[in-house]
Design a binder for this molecule. Structure first.
Ligand code: TA6
Length: 299
């Protein structure tokens, strides 16, 4: 939808539309609770600042800001598979939701407490059916909440056959330095090490970083915390509808191999992903729905 149509249909106080990069349409919500920008490409949350002005998310300076391409940073939506396609490596990594053009369908003005939310939708198309043969409707709601940003991704099975999905809200957090960053809340939780043939290990204490880390934590507690954020505040992530958490930092070599990632940028980011990945496959029956959600806040 053209910017002019978006403005005429949804424009109101605290809701702006802009174009970024080549052709990215972005909706920006602003209230006394903070601000959030969402690209219609992938329903991709690009940035979020809370009421204190703390900017929680990280976006690569080399990110592709083009329709049809994944955006490096913010909150990519991985759906309906996580990582490389299990059978066909030609298919887009992390599924097609993050490289599809979503439709903005509603702006919820809960302004009594400054709340403002955007609801976006993606339904099956010739493109999606060429990759994954099921009818579906995806709804993604992004909410400016009191002290937090909330995400909810709901999968509706609109077809006649059950289907299975994996998914992740692949959130990139900005940190001052990865060398002084840690993730707390996963002590004792088992994980699959994606760098060592999915070997199962147990987390001991906080997660610290001195090499590439790429782990799928199994049945973690609903809350985890990142210490070392750019704002200096502790970041709390609360997840729901999720049985996995993915923690990732590419470190030096992988950072160099990614064209849309600066060689030194591994120093300033960390992914903590609310997910259903690895062994956690979600089956959705015809007519049924499934929701995964998260909220992030600077304490
Ligand atoms: O979430 C961790 C991970 O699966 C890593 O293995 C790495 O591939 C990362 O996602 C980024 O994937 P992308 O396709 O966005 O480059």
């Amino acid at each position: 939808m053209e910017l002019s149509s978006l403005r005429s249909r949804f424009g109101q106080e605290g809701v702006q539309f802009e174009q970024l990069g080549e052709d990215l349409s972005v909706v920006r919500l602003q209230s006394q609770l903070g601000s959030v920008s969402i690209a219609l490409n992938g329903a991709h949350v690009l940035e979020y600042s809370d009421a204190s002005g703390a900017a929680l998310l990280w976006l690569s300076e080399k990110a592709n800001l083009e329709n049809g391409k994944p955006i490096r940073g913010g909150v990519p939506i991985c759906w309906p598979w996580f990582g490389p396609h299990p059978e066909d490596s030609e298919k887009p990594a992390h599924g097609f939701a993050r490289v599809s053009q979503w439709e903005l369908i509603d702006i919820k003005d809960e302004r009594s407490d400054g709340g403002l939310a955007a609801e976006l939708r993606l339904t099956d198309s010739e493109f999606s059916r060429s990759l994954w043969p099921y009818p579906f409707e995806l709804r993604f709601r992004v909410s400016l909440l009191l002290g937090a940003l909330g995400f909810e991704l709901t999968t509706h099975n609109t077809g006649e056959r059950a289907f299975q999905i994996c998914e992740a809200l692949h959130t990139y957090f900005g940190v001052r330095s990865i060398h002084s960053t840690s993730v707390d809340g996963l002590d004792g939780v088992p994980y699959l090490d994606q760098l060592e043939s999915m070997e199962r290990k147990d987390q001991k204490g906080t997660i610290q970083f001195d090499r590439e880390v790429d782990r799928i934590y199994l049945d973690p507690p609903t809350k985890a915390w990142v210490d070392g954020s750019r704002s200096g505040k502790r970041i709390e992530i609360e997840s729901r509808g999720s049985q996995s958490a993915v923690v990732w930092n590419p470190w030096i070599d992988k950072a160099k191999r990614m064209a849309d990632f600066g060689d030194e940028e591994y120093l300033e980011m960390l992914c903590y992903e609310t997910a259903n990945a690895g062994p956690h496959v979600i089956s959705v029956e015809p007519g049924e729905q499934h929701t995964i959600g998260a909220s992030i806040r600077a304490l």
